[in-house]
Ligand binder design. Structure first.
Ligand code: NAG
Ligand code: NAG
Ligand code: NAG
Ligand code: NAG
Ligand code: NAG
Ligand code: NAG
Ligand code: NAG
Length: 530
């Protein structure tokens, strides 16, 4: 499927082959790891329960980006107090990102030359949740995945006496302000050329991830009513850019914090008030909007008189949160359409936020995405003309993550083994979402969008956690993803993918030729993009 878009497999150059052969001659004999898949599976009962327990605690104690102190602390306590001596533990590795941590382990067989550096593989764990909707992106599962995979790999190095060094980094704030950017700039990923992780979603694919950047807008007017009108006068044309944006698969979604109040953080519920029309007019206007567009089939609204504002009609919109599309319009879309229609019928109508009718400052975010990093700026430039205030900032960008041809295929081959349930994973060109792991990989892409090279070799495997008997599979960031991410099935699937990553790590450390091929597309040093 769509394999033609797949980055070309880079051929081994003559110099690489010479280097590989030289490496082979010098290398200590490789361990026989033919029973590695079975061996890792046998380690499951020893390692899984503890890490599942930590993940469940994190699931029940969600923390948003940069405030993951509970997750950080229970992890540090586990390795420093409850199981000391397994790993070298560094809590709070960055002053500016105190919830990030690092674990290190080296296994050096007695016959390993003293001056010869150990091969290294890195693992990552995310742990942040979403404002208002908890672990609706399943990062507690990624916490378990990273620690479990690293611990299995560590045990295998000991059991097979394989020389190698493992690094595990707890990477905070994947969702909001790009924690891996801070870690990358601080050089935390420099140590290893290979970084492994996986992410739960509703299908299993090796696939790229899109570019993302947020425009964070603050609107300050003289009155609350003017502020609401100013915000919606921007939201209407931005929302109407759907399908007209430059780039590939581009979106500019108005998300989160429309208004300053928590009830609006999740787009499942949006509240808007209007003064001027009578209640029947408001009701009829929005009923007409709803019935004229099939995309609104699961989105609805109620109207009611406001107790405090004279003539005020509160409109409460309720619909699917998160990812709206032309066939799935949400509460915010309906509020934008309602504003447009009411304002057009009489420009003297006034609008307010029913939850707080005094604030004269409102904010909103435009989440801009497109497939390729080099087209990101075009999308931003298409949106900015509609931001009619200078009071905005651009967030840290999330570079697109590209498929790593060698490691992607190695993962597909590994997960197809019987020990992992003979899973058939496609390698697909469609980018379903964005990830800050783009900052770890730092792909360098040619103008024709073929991959020129990478800063680091990264696996970011997206795997399904929705059981086949489930009638609907809500996507990440929709509130109903959260219960999916707490099912036994989700932990079981995470366990398999994590174990496959452990196998890949051990194979790379054991086999200098595999490691050389896995790292051959690395272009010296990542670009320092700030
Ligand atoms: C985490 O540990 C730090 C340092 O010991 C402590 O100050 C903080 O209160 C702890 N936070 C949580 C949420 O456990
Ligand atoms: C709202 O009405 C005013 C006055 O007619 C108009 O200038 C503005 O463009 C309208 N807003 C939208 C989003 O259509
Ligand atoms: C994304 O873009 C590609 C290439 O233009 C196209 O084939 C694909 O259908 C698009 N996918 C979506 C979800 O829009
Ligand atoms: C709004 O319209 C709906 C559908 O016609 C109707 O059931 C409801 O009673 C109306 N509400 C008000 C307050 O007029
Ligand atoms: C509104 O839509 C939701 C989800 O589609 C549905 O569960 C709910 O019953 C609807 N409410 C009303 C009042 O129609
Ligand atoms: C309304 O918003 C303002 C400004 O953000 C805040 O100071 C005030 O406490 C809020 N009022 C209520 C009732 O939430
Ligand atoms: C659905 O599938 C999951 C995982 O296979 C299983 O644990 C669960 O019991 C099933 N639920 C029902 C209602 O069959």
């Amino acid at each position: 499927m769509g394999v033609q878009n797949f980055p070309r497999r880079l051929l081994l150059s003559v110099s690489t082959i010479v280097a590989l052969l030289a490496n082979q001659c010098l290398a200590t004999p490789q361990a026989d790891v033919s029973d590695l898949p079975a061996h890792l599976e046998a380690l499951r009962p020893k390692y899984l329960p503890d890490f599942r327990n930590l993940a469940e605690q994190i699931y029940n104690h969600p923390e948003i980006g940069r405030s993951e102190f509970f997750a950080h602390n229970i992890t540090m306590e586990y390795f420093q107090k409850e199981h000391p001596g397994l790993w070298e533990v560094t809590p709070s590795i960055l002053k500016t990102l105190p919830t990030a941590w690092k674990l290190e382990y080296s296994h050096r067989p007695s016959d390993w030359p003293e001056d010869k550096p150990l091969p290294i593989v890195g693992f990552m764990s995310e742990m942040d949740a979403l404002e208002g909707i908890g672990h609706s992106c399943g990062h507690h599962l990624i916490h378990m995945q990273g620690l479990y995979a690293a611990s299995l790999a560590r045990q295998a190095l000991i059991d097979y006496n394989i020389a190698g060094r493992l690094v595990h980094v707890g990477t905070p704030d994947e969702e909001e302000a790009c924690g891996k950017h801070d870690l990358a700039v601080a050089g935390v990923f420099e140590e290893s050329q290979v970084w492994l992780m996986c992410h739960p979603t509703i299908s299993s694919d090796i696939q790229p991830m899109s570019w993302r950047d947020n425009i964070i807008v603050r609107v300050i007017e003289k009155t609350h009513f003017e502020a609401v009108k100013a915000v919606y006068n921007m939201l209407v044309p931005i929302r109407n850019l759907i399908g007209k944006l430059p780039g590939t698969n581009s979106t500019a979604s108005i998300v989160e914090d429309v208004g300053m109040f928590v009830c609006n953080v999740v787009e499942a519920d949006i509240a808007l008030g209007v003064v001027g029309p009578d209640i029947a007019t408001v009701n009829d206007t929005i009923n007409a909007i709803k019935s004229s567009n099939a995309g609104y089939v699961t989105t609805n609204f109620t109207v009611a008189k406001n107790a405090k504002i004279e003539g005020g009609i509160d409109i409460m919109f309720h619909g699917n949160a998160g990812h709206t599309a032309s066939n799935n319009l949400g509460a915010l879309d309906m509020s934008v359409d309602a504003f447009q229609a009411l304002n057009a019928s009489d420009p003297s109508f006034e609008f307010y936020m029913p939850d707080n009718t005094t604030s004269s400052e409102l904010d909103f975010t435009v989440d801009c995405r497109t497939r390729w990093t080099d087209e990101g700026r075009d999308v931003i430039n298409a949106v900015l003309p509609f931001i009619t205030t200078k009071n905005y900032v651009l967030d840290v960008e999330y570079p697109a993550l590209e498929i790593d041809p060698y490691l992607g295929q190695l993962f597909v081959d590994t997960i197809a083994l019987p020990e992992y349930g003979k899973q058939i994973w496609p390698i697909t060109p469609l980018a379903p979402a964005a990830t800050d792991a783009g900052w770890v990989q730092q792909a360098i892409v040619n103008s024709d969008h073929t991959v020129k090279g990478f800063g680091k070799a990264v696996v970011h495997a997206n795997y399904n956690i929705c059981p086949s008997n489930q009638t609907i599979c809500p996507f990440n960031h929709e509130p109903l993803f959260r219960p999916l991410a707490g099912l036994d099935f989700a932990y079981q699937e995470t366990e398999k993918v994590a174990r496959a990553l452990a196998q890949i790590a051990v194979e790379l450390l054991n086999d200098p030729e595999k490691m050389a091929v896995a790292t051959k597309d690395i272009i010296a040093g990542p670009k320092k993009r700030v």
